[in-house]
Design a protein around this ligand. Structure first.
Ligand code: FAD
Ligand code: NAI
Length: 467
């Protein structure tokens, strides 16, 4: 067996800490360096806290809707301080867990800011001084940060970034959200459910640009139903303060307007982060968008330096970063590894939820692929009815000739969970018939996936399909 390689992993988000643990499992000598918080954006100010608050918003909303089931609750109250503390408790447990896992696996954790100073050399600056590491390999996992637009500098008081929105001191009366993408809609809908009036300003002609359009139509209808105003082809130009209010100047196709609100949340995307990392000292440079270019083995253009997670390109999703971390760890340990996945699932925690994996119909058309599709509405699912969540559908796209699954897209109850089956199916090269012939337990939501696959062949049992 070859001696362990000394590896420095810079950044302990879901890409970096997962990579570090796998490296240790594979017998390498690993140091992970983190300048702010173990668990990175995802555990501290991203996936986990946002999903906790969204779950609270959904619960409150469902209690309000339970009247149809004969359940009425009087005097429903919300203690924002307690809500935030509950959410922080979850974050604390998970980040503490990451610390424990790193320790138990024998990974050395250094809290400090890492800087490359030359080939195989990393300087770590912390409040206790500087330390220099000499290593064989370096994995850069420094993640991303929110983009600021002119006129809306994040002060986390009048203008929240997603980070500020996750520690609210109150539920705003009127929240103006700039950007109708992942975060804008997830958090916008969450605040609506907790009682805010919400207006979303989106630059493009529709919400969630780039996502499957039939699913997005359901989300846009739901925004209307929830009385969330979505202003498309709208740009926020700046704001002024008037007492405790903000006057947001917007430009639409119709001209200029002002919207009064008591809180602004700006979520117009994230940018890869490599500030102060000393890339130039090893001859490494980012592309125009700030990403580090990598090959299938997560190698950058400089030997011995790897990049994983948000810094290594789109999609900026936690699970994509973790997968890349595992690949880089395997490659460093000398295993035959490559990032050759067929698909990366995407899940959006809107109301209803949306989830996608593989190609959309539009992408199939662009590629000139002949396809067959099948769709099954949750309105025809007994389980969805019993949950009082019948909005949405599952859509399956298969190759017209081979029947191989190309994409599965869903909007509706629990679809962020249902997508896992479709991801496995595509990854294993399954056909629509494979999904259709698999017994799905009754009564469950995954039956909708089976029926959508049956619908590809005009054979869904619980909807009528004209021949
Ligand atoms: P990060 O998690 O950003 O971690 C990078 C780490 O590197 C940070 O801790 C940083 O402090 C550290 N670092 C940077 N530079 C240095 C340095 N020089 N020295 C030492 N340390 C350094 N994704 C999903 O898949 N599902 C979701 O539901 C989801 N929800 C989200 C909700 C919100 C509000 C936000 C903001 C993001 C969400 N994301 C979600 C995206 C997800 O958080 C990111 O894709 C993921 O965190 C990227 O992981 P990473 O390890 O590449 O980077
Ligand atoms: P985003 O890219 O999803 O959405 C940004 C939106 O802002 C787009 O719709 C864009 O058209 C719009 N926009 C850009 N500039 C604008 C302007 N000047 N005025 C008005 N609108 C403007 O970015 P977001 O929501 O900030 O999230 C960042 C990333 O974090 C996501 O792309 C995703 O990778 C990740 N994320 C993932 C989640 C999940 O997996 N459930 C949840 C939250 C974030």
């Amino acid at each position: 067996m070859s001696p362990p390689r000394k590896v420095a992993v810079i950044g302990a988000g879901p890409a970096g800490y997962v990579c570090a643990i796998r490296l240790a499992q594979l017998g390498q000598d690993v140091t992970v360096i983190e300048k702010e918080f173990l668990g990175g954006t995802c555990l501290n100010v991203g996936c986990i806290p946002s999903k906790a608050l969204i779950a609270a918003g959904s619960l409150r909303h469902r209690i309000g809707e339970a009247g149809a089931m004969g359940i009425t609750v009087k005097g429903l109250d919300l203690d924002v301080k307690k809500l935030v503390a509950w959410k922080e408790g979850i974050v604390g447990k998970l980040t503490g867990g990451v610390g424990g896992l790193l320790k138990n696996h024998g990974v050395t954790t250094l809290m400090g800011s890492a800087k490359l100073t030359g080939p195989g050399q990393v300087q770590v600056d912390s409040k206790d001084g500087s330390k220099n590491l000499k290593v064989d390999d370096i994995v850069i996992a420094t993640g991303s940060v929110p983009i600021e637009i002119p006129g809306f500098a994040f002060d986390e008081k009048e203008v929240w970034s997603s980070t500020g929105a996750l520690v609210p001191d109150r539920i705003p009366e009127h929240l103006v959200v700039i950007g109708g993408g992942y975060i804008g809609l997830e958090l916008g809908m969450m605040f609506r459910k907790l009682g805010s009036q919400v207006t979303v300003l989106e630059a493009t002609p529709g919400a969630l640009p780039g996502q499957e359009r039939d699913c997005v139509k359901v989300i846009e209808r739901s925004l209307k139903k929830q009385k969330i105003k979505l202003l498309t082809e709208t740009f926020a130009k700046g704001y002024t303060r008037k007492g405790s209010k903000s006057l947001v100047e917007i430009e639409t196709k119709k001209g200029k307007e002002t919207i009064e609100c008591d809180q602004i949340l700006s979520t117009v995307g994230r940018r890869p982060y490599s500030e102060g990392l000393g890339l130039e000292s090893v001859g490494l440079a980012t592309d125009k968008r700030g990403f580090l270019e990598v090959d299938e083995q997560m190698r950058t253009t400089v030997p011995g330096i790897y990049a994983v997670g948000d810094i290594a390109g789109q999609p900026m999703l936690a699970h994509k970063g973790s997968k890349e971390g595992l690949v880089a760890a395997g490659v460093i340990a000398g295993q035959p590894e490559a990032y050759d996945v067929r698909c990366v699932p995407a899940v959006i925690f809107t109301a209803p939820e949306m989830a996608s994996v593989g190609l959309t119909e539009e992408q199939c058309k662009e590629k000139g692929l002949a396809i067959k599709t099948g769709q099954f509405p949750f309105a025809a699912s007994g389980r969805a009815m019993s949950l009082m969540e019948t909005e949405g559908f599952v859509k399956v796209i298969a190759d017209a000739k081979s029947d191989e699954l190309l994409g599965v897209h869903m909007v509706g109850p629990e679809v962020t969970e249902l997508i896992a089956e479709a991801t496995l199916a595509i990854e294993m090269g399954a056909t629509a018939e494979d999904l259709a012939r698999t017994i799905h337990a009754h009564p469950t939501l995954p039956e909708a996936v089976m029926e959508a696959a049956e619908a590809v062949h005009g054979m869904a049992v619980h909807i009528f399909q004209k021949k």
